[in-house]
Design a protein around this ligand. Structure first.
Ligand SMILES: Cc1cc2nc3c(=O)[nH]c(=O)nc-3n(C[C@H](O)[C@H](O)[C@H](O)COP(=O)(O)O)c2cc1C
Length: 143
């Protein structure tokens, strides 16, 4: 049923000192847990900033987003979009991962940099499709 699919995107800041092995460990548990819970999504890392899309059953997303928000490996978790969709944008990815330079991200969303969180959030929130289409564009290299 279409109404049973929720897609949520947030932006956050990696905690100080977060390194490659931490991201690998986040991805390992994400892929294991998400496959089990029928969640798909994409995680973008860009010089200390995360943007993640999560999609799955509404109540499953609710619980996972709480868990993720409480994770001390990142902070300043801000919801970019949260909506019911009819199709998955990231079907087939229990959790895809892309790393891009901040200039690539900011130019995609039409801002000057990624350091100003208010500006990034405003640009991403202004268009519900923007974050997912950006993540999909970046993910195309993963096919
Ligand atoms: C940026 C970020 C993204 C995360 N994404 C997911 C995710 O998609 N799925 C997931 O299960 N855990 C995710 N986590 C990890 C959870 O916060 C939590 O540590 C994990 O679900 C615990 O499960 P485990 O005990 O099986 O490792 C993420 C954490 C961070 C910091």
């Amino acid at each position: 049923m279409a109404s049973d699919l929720r897609q949520l995107v947030y932006i956050s800041d990696a905690s100080y000192g977060l390194a490659k092995p931490d991201i690998e460990s986040i991805l390992a548990s994400s892929r294991r847990n998400n496959a089990e819970a029928n969640i798909s999504g994409m995680l973008l890392y860009s010089s200390g900033v995360f943007i993640q899309a999560l999609e799955g059953r509404p109540e499953t997303i609710e619980g996972l987003y709480k868990t993720i928000s409480d994770d001390r490996r990142h902070e300043n978790v801000d919801t970019v979009s949260d909506r019911i969709v009819s199709d998955r944008s990231f079907a087939g990815w229990a959790m895809g991962f892309v790393e891009r330079a901040p200039e690539e991200v900011s130019s995609k969303i039409g801002i000057n940099g990624l350091l100003d969180r208010k500006e990034a959030l405003a640009a991403l929130s202004a268009n519900e499709e923007l974050a997912t289409s950006m993540l999909r564009d970046f993910a195309e290299n993963l096919y």
